[in-house]
Design a protein around this ligand. Structure first.
Ligand code: COA
Length: 260
């Protein structure tokens, strides 16, 4: 299949998936999510692929979030569907892959970008990476699993702080918090990921998929956690705060929220 928003590069048993929307800081629009779903489905059933790396094109961003311009005029129902479809097509899909998926976080990982990185089985970052969940500055909440996965990775208190303050953290802090496993200079990031991926590729694929299932089963989302996120995310789309937040982003100004 020909892709418009992602590129695939297989090096021996390692598949590198690169999101290719550098002008929009690799923001996840619907088409990109669908292309990633298709590439992941193919990779999951391809025995020649034993490990996957996901990264962003360019030197500035991994992924700067869901595409705000695409969802700014959505209704409550469309907002809910956006979240639910995203979980199904991409975020849960990545997490439930039968082979390890590594996020190579090469710059901004914000909103859906950090959520994508957190869906991966582990993360390496470049020194210039900045990670955060800025959704509340748009009048919305993380809707791609961030309310659940961030708390699992860094603990409830830090997750509450990151989500409510919308504060970005740098790579060193992310490592200290356990959000990323390693930090390396940007020019070494992909190679560092490839080295660990090649090592993974020499181990038993059957044992690895069993290990992934076992680790994840211990962290299984309470069904209610994700369902609450989907409902709350959708409900935000019916608020004046959401209108103000997304309009302010597109007008490149700071929002003023009234809590309505
Ligand atoms: N959705 C859609 N477009 C986005 C985007 C997103 N999440 N993030 C960045 N872009 C676009 C910008 O609108 C801009 O497009 P334009 O040139 O057509 O105006 C382009 O990418 C470059 O971004 P810009 O904001 O000019 O770069 P910057 O260096 O000034 O700021 C960020 C970088 C990451 C701080 C800023 O882009 C940002 O805050 N992005 C949104 C992050 C966010 O809230 N994500 C959560 C979404 S749920």
């Amino acid at each position: 299949m020909a892709y418009s928003f992602i590129s695939l590069d297989q090096q021996d048993a390692v598949l590198v998936l690169t999101i290719q929307r550098p002008d929009q800081l690799n923001a996840l629009n619907k088409a990109t999510i669908e292309e990633l779903n298709s590439a992941l489905n193919a990779a999951d059933s391809d025995a020649s692929v034993r490990c996957i790396i996901i990264t962003g094109s360019g030197t500035k961003a991994f992924v700067a979030g869901a595409d705000i311009k695409e969802f700014a005029n959505f209704s409550v129902e469309q907002g809910e569907a956006l979240s639910r479809d995203g979980h199904n097509l991409l975020f849960n899909r990545v997490e439930n892959m039968s082979k390890p998926v590594i996020a190579a976080v090469n710059g901004f990982a914000l909103g859906g970008g950090l959520e994508l990185a957190m869906s991966c089985h582990f993360r390496y970052a470049s020194e210039n990476a900045k990670l955060g969940l800025p959704e509340v500055t748009l009048g919305v909440i993380p809707g791609y699993g961030g309310t659940q996965r961030l708390a699992q990775l860094v603990g409830k208190g830090k997750a509450m702080e990151m989500i409510t303050s919308a504060q970005m953290i740098g790579a060193a802090e992310a490592k200290e918090w356990g959000l990323v496993n390693q930090v390396v200079p940007q020019e070494e990031l992909l190679n560092t990921c490839l080295i660990v991926a090649q090592k993974i590729a020499t181990n038993s694929p059957r044992a690895i998929s069993a290990a992934l299932r076992s680790v994840l089963s211990g962290y299984a989302f309470a069904e209610t956690g994700l369902n609450t996120e989907i409902k709350e995310f959708g409900a935000c789309f019916g608020t004046a705060d959401f209108k103000e937040g997304t309009t302010a982003f597109m007008e490149k100004r700071k929002p003023t929220f009234e809590g309505k």
